[in-house]
Design a protein around this ligand. Structure first.
Ligand SMILES: Nc1ncnc2c1ncn2[C@@H]1O[C@H](COP(=O)(O)OP(=O)(O)OP(=O)(O)O)[C@@H](O)[C@H]1O
Ligand SMILES: [Mg+2]
Length: 277
């Protein structure tokens, strides 16, 4: 059974810019999802529904399958889906290519972002944004003249040096800069469902706050659904999740609200994990 948790209607005070979807609720519904790498079973029946305006945090021990879940949803070819479904607004996505999933509005901020030599961050992001617009039937493309001020504004929000726009994607970026760059990407691409895999890892205390504020700003503006994977309650002090799920051995074994993350921090996983096979 998919989780049927719902949260009260989004606050009406939320700012949503006019060209975005003011009333449409996007839904990613994951049902009984199983996935392997070779013979190794990693996901063992994930049930989770994420809607616009909802923030779901997933916590769980190392190796429990959190990154695998994101990669499978994004269409990484390394994984084989053996059972289950993932529907975005009713459409099965597991058969689609990664770029098709991105065009539908799925986004993954990587735990370990890749470097792309020879492609500047600015060109990469404008191309990605324009491809998204085109795939969604927009005839108008964003010119560099229009795009650059927007990108600079986003970079400033994340307190990134504007010089990064002309640098190759992630090349030579520090760990923290890579994480900020993932959020800049998210802000520019305006996904409908954003998965952020350990966006807080490797960030110093000030950078954590800046990145968290960048996420919250983008969330307030775009009202997307967010899947936030983290090991640390401290990120959730800045980004209040509507739901907290604990994943272990490829399954969500417990769901609750932000209090669950606080309990975890206090007690660790031992008690919760004792009863699972
Ligand atoms: N290519 C691979 N070959 C073999 N095992 C793999 C491969 N990729 C992932 N795994 C295994 O799948 C399991 C789940 O990994 P995953 O990265 O999804 O965990 P995670 O919950 O994200 O962990 P962490 O909190 O450490 O990031 C791990 O035991 C990992 O070793
Ligand atoms: Mg991981």
């Amino acid at each position: 059974m998919p989780l049927t948790l719902t949260k009260p209607m989004a606050k009406t005070s939320k700012k949503i810019s006019s060209h975005e979807r003011p009333n449409k609720i996007d839904v990613l519904e994951i049902t009984n999802l199983h996935a392997n790498i070779g013979e190794l079973k990693i996901l063992n029946g994930i049930n989770l529904t994420i809607r616009s305006n909802e923030i779901h945090a997933i916590m769980g021990p190392n190796g429990s399958g959190k990154s695998t879940l994101c990669n499978v949803l994004m269409g990484h070819p390394k994984y084989e889906v053996t059972k289950g479904s993932a529907k975005f607004n009713g459409k099965e996505i597991l058969e689609l290519e990664p770029n098709e999933r991105a065009h539908l509005g799925l986004f993954l901020g990587f735990q370990n972002p890749l470097e792309i030599s020879g492609v500047s961050m600015g060109s990469f992001l404008r191309l990605a944004r324009n491809l998204n617009l085109k795939a969604n039937g927009e005839t108008k493309q964003i010119s560099p003249m229009e795009f650059m001020p927007m990108l600079k504004g986003t970079a400033n929000l994340l307190k990134m040096d504007e010089k990064f726009i002309t640098r190759s994607v992630n090349e030579g970026f520090s760990g923290g800069e890579k994480k900020r760059a993932e959020i800049v990407q998210m802000a520019v691409l305006q996904p409908k469902i954003a998965m952020l895999d350990e966006i807080d890892s490797g960030l110093d205390i000030d950078a954590l706050k800046i990145v968290a504020e960048g996420i919250v700003e983008t969330f307030k503006k775009n009202g997307m659904g967010i899947l936030l994977i983290t090991h640390y309650q401290r990120l959730l002090n800045y980004i209040t999740p509507d739901f907290v799920h604990i994943m272990a051995k490829g399954k969500i074994i417990q769901s609750g609200d932000k209090k669950l993350a606080k309990e975890l921090e206090k007690n660790g996983y031992e008690k919760i994990l004792k009863n699972i096979k």
